[in-house]
Design a protein around this ligand. Structure first.
Ligand code: SIN
Ligand code: FE2
Length: 201
């Protein structure tokens, strides 16, 4: 795991927020998906790129079509492709293909979070997962790649931080335990945005 603290400066963070807003607008907004169990996620989501990550009663999957507007997902902005390829090189993945970016928004006023899970919907489970945090601090738990019952370590992800799950940690269990409201001035109404870039195929 590679945690780059304060990797993006304030104006770069602002530019990433703007880019995210444009993606959400093109996609017809963000949605709060349901899990296969029927319970709702505690955050809202959208995606950009070749495919987007979806969750519903039928399970987790990637799709070329956004069910929100029955159109392809917004294209991955060139800036994000460049950022991802540069970051992947830092973990010795020079051929990384950023094919999708999942955008999660955790509202400050709700008890937004994400339960313990592995990122394993990708067809190819080798390339790294690149995560960018924007807005309020988040207490992020990370465990082993073997069992969800293994102990987890809590770290704080702050606005501008990058976390790369690669190698041994590519399939590590992880969770967003909580958002700490009011810890960043970046987003007008507080909350946290997370961009997770993935190579799927
Ligand atoms: C995720 O695991 O998909 C999101 C992680 C995060 O919000 O930091
Ligand atoms: Fe995840």
């Amino acid at each position: 795991m590679l945690h780059l603290k304060n990797y993006f400066n304030e104006s770069e963070q602002q530019a990433l927020v703007e880019l995210t807003r444009n993606i959400a607008k093109t996609n017809g907004g963000m949605t709060i998906p349901v899990m296969p169990t029927g319970s709702k996620f505690n955050c809202s989501q959208t995606s950009c790129g070749l495919v987007g990550w979806l969750s519903d009663r039928h399970g987790y999957r990637y799709s070329k079509i956004n069910p929100q507007n029955n159109q392809p997902f917004a294209a991955m902005p060139a800036e994000l492709v460049e950022i991802a390829q540069h970051l992947a090189k830092l973990v010795d993945e020079p051929n990384y293909q950023p094919e999708t970016c999942l955008i999660n928004f955790y509202a400050a006023e709700r008890k937004s979070k994400m339960g313990l899970h592995q990122d394993n919907t990708e067809r190819n489970l080798i390339p790294c997962i690149i995560s960018i945090s924007l807005g309020d601090d988040c207490i992020f738990s990370i465990g082993s790649n073997r069992s969800r019952k293994d102990p987890v370590t809590d770290i704080t992800l702050r606005s501008g931080d990058v976390l790369i799950l690669h190698g041994e940690t590519r399939l590590a269990y992880h969770a967003v335990k909580k958002i700490v409201p009011g810890t960043s001035p970046l987003l007008k109404n507080n909350g946290r945005l997370n961009l997770t870039i993935r190579q799927v195929y």
